[in-house]
Design a protein around this ligand. Structure first.
Ligand SMILES: Nc1ncnc2c1ncn2[C@@H]1O[C@H](COP(=O)(O)OP(=O)(O)OP(=O)(O)O)[C@@H](O)[C@H]1O
Ligand SMILES: [Mg+2]
Length: 369
């Protein structure tokens, strides 16, 4: 099972520019999480802080008992091996072909023979649809291919934690759908803890177990996917629907006067830039490809979420209960269709402690605090 990542009070600034403050969240082991947020809110800075490439001002990021923020260089080097990271720009070495790029972590961090390395590299290149391109240089392939090569490289050390910074950017819709399936299949096969940063609403709605959002230098919310997908927090609603109307503007934030002017524009009959359909609401999550093992993370998440059900907003509760099968309803003792099983709490001590650690505001909107 992948490692848990426990982040508490993480705060980052560059000089006098505050990026985000007091970010507290736990990535549950072996579950898939997505972080949303408008451009420039510091999502990439957040991922880099999680692996110690950037140094936060305050707070902690603990993996297997090691705090990435304060540990020694030697511990950091050791702990980083648990991570597979796909950087936003792919971060490939321009002078090496794809084969050598993907082989690089194996040559750097393991004593594997070249025969073994070849087997692994070709397997990961095939997994990401790059077979036949191994002798191309990064400058000779498309942006989407570079992204997939970055993902292949992130996977070679069989990481316990996979961080993906906009894995879908530069991919066409069909390849994005394949990528979504690939991430779920990977999770089913290796039970890694996965965090994906994306702007892709379709991916955010269908892939993760947990969803969060950064905005205005804060974590607006982080919790079970159903909470964000049913949230009526204006910033979440605007983001999910890709509307101009709402608190997010071209340069991230708007003032009240601008919001009122835009609303008046729409009220006067002008289109607000969104699609016709309201994209809020819980849609089914992608399942692993038939023949692959069941996702252990999904099973554990169900137990976890059913234990905290009574603390969640009503719309999220309904979404969760609606997604249960009859067998699960019997198992969790959900009698009526939409009533949370407040009296049927049967968690192990470990699970109880894990839930107790999660701060309530993790699944609340900023205005709910
Ligand atoms: N090394 C750095 N030094 C100084 N400022 C930085 C550095 N890295 C990032 N920033 C600033 O931090 C802010 C957040 O950047 P970041 O790249 O994390 O945004 P993002 O949410 O990933 O945006 P996007 O969705 O466009 O990728 C930006 O204002 C950026 O200029
Ligand atoms: Mg970024």
């Amino acid at each position: 099972m992948g490692a848990e990542v426990v982040i508490e009070g993480l705060t980052k600034s560059f000089g006098n520019q505050a990026i985000w403050r007091d970010v507290t969240l736990s990535l549950p082991p072996g579950e898939v999480s997505v972080m949303l947020g408008p451009s420039g809110t510091g999502k990439s800075v957040f991922l880099k802080s999680m692996i110690g490439l950037l140094k936060p001002d305050r707070g902690s990021c603990v993996v297997n008992g090691v705090d990435i923020v304060t540990c020694s260089e030697a511990k950091l080097y050791e702990t980083r091996k648990l991570f597979g990271v796909l950087f936003q720009d792919g971060a490939l070495f321009g002078s090496m072909d794809l084969y050598d790029n993907v082989a690089f972590p194996l040559r750097e961090h393991t004593k594997k023979s070249e025969t073994e390395i070849k087997r692994i590299v070709l397997e990961k290149l095939e997994l990401t649809g790059l077979q036949g391109a191994e002798h191309k240089l990064p400058g000779e392939i498309s942006g989407g291919m570079r992204k997939r090569a970055g993902l292949a490289r992130a996977l070679v050390l069989d990481p316990e934690i996979i961080l993906c910074d906009e894995p879908d950017s530069g991919l066409d819709p069909v390849r994005t759908a394949y990528l979504s399936q690939l991430l779920i299949d990977l999770n089913a096969q290796i039970d890694a803890t996965i965090l994906i940063v994306t702007h892709n609403i379709n991916l955010a709605r269908t892939v993760p177990d947990n969803l969060g959002m950064l905005f205005r230098k804060e974590l607006v919310m982080f919790g079970p996917r159903e909470v964000l997908l049913t949230s009526d927090e204006p910033v979440v609603e605007q983001f999910l629907n890709g509307r101009r109307i709402g608190p997010i503007g071209m340069s991230e934030e708007k003032d009240a006067a601008q919001m009122a002017a835009e609303q008046a524009h729409v009220d006067a009959g002008h289109h607000d830039g969104s699609g016709a359909e309201d994209l809020r609401g819980v849609v089914p999550q992608i399942e692993p490809t038939p023949g692959l093992p069941e996702r252990q993370g999904a099973r554990r998440r169900k137990d976890r979420v059913m234990q905290i059900l009574h603390t969640l907003p009503e719309a999220a509760r309904e979404g969760i209960i609606d997604s249960l099968t009859d067998a699960e309803r019997a198992r969790y003792n959900v009698r009526s269709h939409r009533r949370p099983p407040a009296a049927s709490f049967r968690g192990s001590l470990h699970e109880t402690q894990e839930i107790a650690r999660l701060p309530r505001q993790d699944w609340r909107g900023a205005s709910g605090r």
